[in-house]
Design a protein around this ligand. Sequence first.
Ligand SMILES: NC(=O)c1ccc[n+]([C@@H]2O[C@H](COP(=O)([O-])OP(=O)(O)OC[C@H]3O[C@@H](n4cnc5c(N)ncnc54)[C@H](O)[C@@H]3O)[C@@H](O)[C@H]2O)c1
Ligand SMILES: O=C(O)CC[C@@H](O)C(=O)O
Length: 389
Amino acid sequence: MFKIQTLNNISVAGLERLPRDRYEVASEIANPDAILVRSAKMHELPIAPSVKAIGRAGAGTNNVPVAAMTGRGVAVFNAPGANANAVKELVIAGMLIAARNIAQAWQFSRSLTGDDAAISQAVESGKKQFGGFELPGRTLGVIGLGAIGVKVANAARALGMKVIGYDPTITVRRAWQLESDVQAALSIDDLLARSDFVTFHVPLTDATRHMINAERIQTLPKNAVLLNFSREGILDDAAVVAALDQGHLYAYCCDFPSNLLKDHPRVVTLPHLGASTREAEDNCAIMVADQIREYLESGNVTNAVNFPEICLPFNGDHRLAIVNSNVPNMVGQISTDLAAAGLNIIDMLNRSRGDVAVTLIDVDQRCSDETLARLQGISGVLSVRRLGG
Ligand SMILES: NC(=O)c1ccc[n+]([C@@H]2O[C@H](COP(=O)([O-])OP(=O)(O)OC[C@H]3O[C@@H](n4cnc5c(N)ncnc54)[C@H](O)[C@@H]3O)[C@@H](O)[C@H]2O)c1
Ligand SMILES: O=C(O)CC[C@@H](O)C(=O)O
């Protein structure tokens, strides 16, 4: 029986992928084999030694201590692209909310009092404060052309906007998906100087934290609109508010309310709603549940952020799934120990990514506890699991 701990509400569609005769799933559970998480902050949480895998039902993994888990031989999975359409739709909504002053205008309508004749009169005299502008012909700058950025760029093109993108590590797959008339910016500053709207779709890392600060904001044309549906911290919010107050920026729309932002008249904040659609929640939960199940049952890895992709078909007999440092002579030492124990290797696959390697070895008989302990004792071996019979 595998034990799965859920740290947030995970869509039932995903949990149903874990058959109840083999999986126990609960928010409180001792010695879990794997954890499913959405936005719970795991950096300060104790993570039991029994945990072999963490599945983030979403894109970003900055709430998971990935480096520490890698050092323990724990795989961290995410759900790339599974919520991209949901975020794209909210970003497009954000542009329209900003361009047409929809939030402020709605607040005005709700504040109207008196009989309908009085309301009609107030509408006609009040509406001029909320006059906006249209999107066609305006330029959208997209920073980060991954699953979400590409969808936003293409949707903006379909709305008649010009689009400039910046992503120094764009993948070939994403570049193929991008509309051919999306221009490549030479740098962030080049993109900012040419954009009426700028939207951010990068992970939060040390390299992206405060990528928009007071100095960079001055590069933007007057009356630009910023959109942050990525992560709190990518923009320096204090600098954004200062630029709004100085009249340099027109509006800021983001998914991360704070005391500084939530009541500002030119800021619209939403409560981290980017991925909160039924479709996105189902897609993310199904993707990570499938990946976790495959990893626990066969050792195969798909969409881990810290482990290599690896797939060796498994007939359910006897497999060792080993996570080890990517250094010379690991496979040599492992196979020597297996030979010494009289185990014959039937099939084997080794894949590496950065400092980590995963080695899957199918053997002709069950590996004893003693041999398992010997493998675990090899310097550089991070974890060993015995799968199958
Ligand atoms: N608001 C929400 O609910 C919500 C939902 C989904 C994702 N997100 C956030 O959006 C981020 C992006 O999601 P995604 O699915 O598009 O991820 P992704 O991994 O598909 O794309 C990220 C892109 O950013 C690029 N990148 C990295 N560093 C960069 C830099 N310094 N400059 C320019 N580009 C850079 C990468 O090359 C990659 O193409 C996630 O990491 C997450 O933080 C938020
Ligand atoms: O689970 C959520 O609601 C948010 C997910 C989002 O932050 C992501 O990184 O995919």
